[in-house]
Design a protein around this ligand. Sequence first.
Ligand code: PHE
Length: 354
Amino acid sequence: MDDLKAKYLGLISGAGSEAALEELRVQAVGKKGEISLQMRELGKMTPEERQLMGPKLNALKDEINSALAAKKAALADAALDERLKVEWLDVTLPTRPQRQGTIHPVSQVWEECTAIFADMGFAVAEGPQIETDWYNFDALNIPGHHPARAEMDTFYMHRAEGDDRPPHVLRTHTSPVQIRSMEATGAPTRIICPGRVYRADYDQTHTPMFHQVEGLAIDRDISMANLKWVLEEFFSAYFGTKVKTRFRASHFPFTEPSAEVDIQCSWENGTVKVGEGDGWLEVLGSGMVHPKVLQAGGIDPNEWQGFAFGMGIDRIAMLKYGIPDLRAFFDSDLRWLRHYGFSALQVPTIRGGV
Ligand code: PHE
């Protein structure tokens, strides 16, 4: 028994790996191990011999088991020491530069518009992108036969066979939100509605989905003069420089009188600069809300009046940030997004009190 003990304690202390240690365990105290076989011999002994040998064998087994456990722990410690020697870490190193996502120019400009109009007391209103034809057309004084319906290149939703209700549409402008917010809050009201709109059109300056921001202000004595002031105030804050506007008589079914609004700009070597020069660029449609539209929104046109405008968000984003092609806005090309996108921490560049 002493030989066995000396043999195994020697082998265990010399074992170089956990695998070698496991082999020794099987060899010594496994089911068919040397010590286990010895224990089986106990059965053949006289009771006296057994009383002497039993405890000794058990003690030997225990001793070997604990030697195995101790060696196992020592091997693990040594392995950890080895790893720590090679796997050291310099916590003073700067972190690796990691690409962050960017804010899309549309989102940036959307925020800028919201901030500027909020400063002038406009709340943000919302409406659905799938509209009934009543909100998108009829309530805005565009009856079924009106050419404006055809002009808008409307996307119509599907109706089941035999269902002759007029189909819903993808809203062609943000103007239906005028009606929805009149219904919701009545007069007086002052809201803007930035949002997605849809028209079947595609070239360098048109995409089937684009963005508008609608404006609506209704009170007892709101006039075109207020409209002009609000828009000049907006453009000056947005472009960070005093911007003149030019109103051209126009026609929209939902406003009377109506005006298309241009902003002052210069053209030099193919680049546009807003707020200088003697060129003009069209950026929005506007006018005094038509009495029929007020009525459709549940507001008495004998008591209330107001202005409305609709402006292209993508258009003014292209102008401010020098982006040449609208189609690229919605291609999700990462190179484009990295180039034209904004850092999440970049605060909108707007200037108040111009
Ligand atoms: N809805 C018009 C368009 O999309 C813009 C507009 C809005 C004009 C409000 C006048 C008043 O072209």
